[in-house]
Design a protein around this ligand. Structure first.
Ligand code: NAP
Length: 305
């Protein structure tokens, strides 16, 4: 099969190569899925799991990409709940070969059915940003209607999902980003927008929940905005500053079938819009990942045209 591999951490996206690899075989409780479309998170090449296995042994050359949509082609020993020919989407294990490939072997529990009226490109754009937003807001942030949420990077992949899901849950959402992101963040439903390069973050006033995907100085300044009993949720590692009288939580997104079903249902009925900036082919993927210009939104690779 054709797959994109990486073997040299120092090379970054310049080290990505489209090569021939053996098709994966399904292990216990796995399925093999023919990948139709795959996402890729720009920071993947800095994650340890791209380079080593769970025992910290070199696992290169490895196949990046961990969110995708496709069709089940084989079942492993003991696998239940999915069948050959079924359309699925989901989040692949960080420590296994990923989805920038024609086939992936993946545990069935990491997948959910992809409804027939949701195309593969759209399905592949949902797992990482949709699940991250869902878990940050509702599982770790325990968001309630009427609360105030500071959604950083509200025009980006995760932030646009955070903004929409928080609005739907009845929160008041203050989106942030660069000046050029204002209209996009408001279009995703933010009640107001803070331009992090020109506005004063402290003027936002107290919030119940900060969803931080930037970290650094912005993360530290955001911690001060969390009101008593509130929560700072970080997806960029442990918070460098904690709220005075609140919680600080950091987490890495996990696959969850029930949450994937909730997310795709919202896309189908129009409550949730995905944020795709660019769609390209497996042949052109390596060029598309080289950061030459700001795209805004996710890049999705159509592995099977
Ligand atoms: N822990 C987890 O499970 C998890 C899951 C998903 C993502 N993540 C991480 O979360 C981060 C965001 O991911 P994403 O996919 O949403 O990225 P993204 O689509 O690039 O969105 C980030 C947004 O924030 C903006 N931004 C970043 N730094 C900024 C700054 N200093 N001032 C103003 N705006 C700024 C970006 O603008 P520019 O493009 O102009 O910088 C972009 O609009 C990444 O670091 C990713 O690795 C973690």
């Amino acid at each position: 099969m054709r797959a994109i591999v990486v073997a040299d951490q120092a090379a970054g996206t310049a080290g990505m190569k489209l090569v021939e690899r053996p098709e994966p075989r399904p292990a216990i409780n796995d399925v093999v899925v023919q990948v139709h479309a795959s996402g890729f998170v720009g920071t993947e090449l800095s994650w340890p799991s791209t380079w080593t296995d769970r025992l910290d042994r070199d696992r290169t050359p490895s196949i990046p990409g961990h969110e995708f949509a496709g069709v089940v082609t084989a079942l492993g020993y003991g696998t239940t709940g999915l069948s050959v020919g079924q359309r699925v989407f989901g989040l692949a294990d960080w420590y296994r070969d990923g989805t920038l490939a024609e086939y992936v072997a993946i545990e069935a529990r990491n997948l959910a059915p992809l409804p027939g009226d949701v195309d593969f490109t759209l399905g592949a754009s949902l797992p990482v940003s949709g699940l991250t937003a869902w878990q940050g807001l509702f599982v770790h942030g325990r968001l309630q209607a009427g609360q105030r949420v500071l959604a950083h990077g509200a025009a980006g992949a995760v932030g646009s999902m955070v903004t929409q899901l928080a609005c739907e849950a009845g929160a008041y959402v203050i989106g942030t980003g660069r000046a050029a992101d204002r209209q996009k963040a408001l279009d995703f439903g933010a009640n107001e927008f803070v331009d992090l390069e020109n506005d004063a973050l402290k003027d936002v006033g107290p919030v119940d929940l900060v969803f931080d995907l930037i970290g650094g100085d912005i993360g530290k300044r955001s911690a001060r905005l969390v009101r008593s009993g509130g929560t700072l949720v970080s997806i960029v590692g442990p918070a460098e500053a904690r709220p005075d009288d609140g919680l600080a939580v950091d987490f890495v997104v996990e696959s969850d079938r029930a949450q994937l079903v909730e997310i795709v249902q919202r896309v189908r009925d129009g409550r949730l819009r995905t944020n795709i900036g660019h769609v390209t082919t497996l042949e052109d993927a390596v060029a598309a990942f080289k950061p030459t210009k700001r795209i805004g939104g996710k890049t999705i690779i159509r592995v099977r045209p």
